[in-house]
Design a protein around this ligand. Structure first.
Ligand code: ADP
Ligand code: MG
Length: 212
C-alpha cells in the first residue's frame, strides 16, 4: 500500500511547507509510487498519462538533492517541445520557491542563441531544454554537463517519436556515468525499453493507471 502523504517522504521542511502553500494536499499515484525510489537515488522509469503530476515527481527529487551553494548545472531536464519545457520550468520554479537562489534556465530552439550563451555564462543549477538546442550548446562548448547528477527524460515517448534518439544519446554522452537517470513517459513502446537499457542502471519501473 502506498502512503500518499508528502510528509512521509524524506523531504526538507521548506519544500514540504511550500507544497502545503501550493495546495498539494497529497501525492498523486505516480508521485507516491516513484518518489521513494527517486529520493533514494535510483534510476526510475515512470509511466503515467498526461496530467498525473509527473513534473513534481522528478522536480522534488531534483530539488531535494540540489546543493544551492554549488553553482553548476546539477540537473538537466530534456523535453520534446519549447511549450513543455516552459511548463516544466514554471512548475520547478513554483516548487523551488522555498529554497532561495535556485537558478533555473530554459534552453530551447526557436529562441535566439546568443542570449542563451550569455545566460549560461552567468550560471544555472537546473537546465530545462529541448534536445536540438542542448546539442547545439554542447557542440559550441557553451554548456558543460560534467556536474550533472540528475538527468530527466520527460515525455520520452514523444522525444523518440520526433526522431531525437541519436541526439539524446549524444547529449547523454556528455553527462557523468554515475548520474541518476529518470525517464517519464505516457506510453512504454519498445523504443523506450531500448533507450532505457542503454542509458539507465537497474531502473525501478512504476506505472500509474489513474489520475489522482
Ligand atoms: P504530467 O506531467 O503528468 O502530464 P503535470 O506534472 O503537468 O502532469 O501536472 C498536472 C497538474 O497537476 C499541474 O498543474 C500540477 O501543478 C498539478 N499537481 C501535480 N501534483 C499535484 C499534487 N500532488 N496535488 C495537486 N496538484 C498537483
Ligand atoms: Mg509532463
Amino acid at each position: 500500500m502506498n502512503n500518499t502523504d508528502f510528509a512521509s517522504l524524506q523531504l526538507q521542511k521548506p519544500l514540504l511547507d511550500n507544497l502545503i502553500t501550493l495546495g498539494y494536499a497529497s501525492m498523486t499515484p505516480i508521485q507516491s509510487q516513484s518518489l521513494p525510489a527517486i529520493l533514494d537515488g535510483k534510476d526510475v522509469i515512470a509511466q503515467a498519462k498526461t496530467g498525473s503530476g509527473k513534473t513534481a515527481a522528478f522536480s522534488l527529487g531534483i530539488l531535494e538533492k540540489l546543493n544551492v551553494r554549488h553553482f553548476a548545472v546539477q540537473s538537466l531536464i530534456l523535453c520534446p517541445t519549447r511549450e513543455l519545457a516552459d511548463q516544466v520550468a514554471k512548475e520547478i520554479r513554483k516548487l523551488a520557491r522555498a529554497i532561495h537562489n535556485i537558478k533555473v534556465l530554459t534552453l530551447c530552439g526557436g529562441m535566439p542563441f546568443g542570449p542563451q550563451v550569455g545566460s549560461l555564462e552567468h550560471g544555472a543549477h537546473i537546465i530545462v531544454g529541448t534536445p536540438g538546442r542542448i546539442e547545439e550548446h554542447l557542440r559550441k562548448g557553451s554548456l558543460v554537463l560534467d556536474n550533472v547528477s540528475t538527468l530527466v527524460l520527460d515525455e520520452a515517448d514523444r522525444m523518440l517519436d520526433m526522431g531525437f534518439q541519436e541526439v539524446l544519446d549524444l547529449i547523454i554522452s556528455f553527462t557523468p556515468d554515475q548520474r541518476q537517470t529518470l525517464l517519464f513517459s505516457a506510453t512504454y513502446p519498445e523504443e523506450i525499453h531500448h533507450i532505457a537499457e542503454r542509458v539507465m542502471q537497474s531502473p525501478v519501473m512504476v506505472k500509474a493507471e489513474s489520475v489522482h
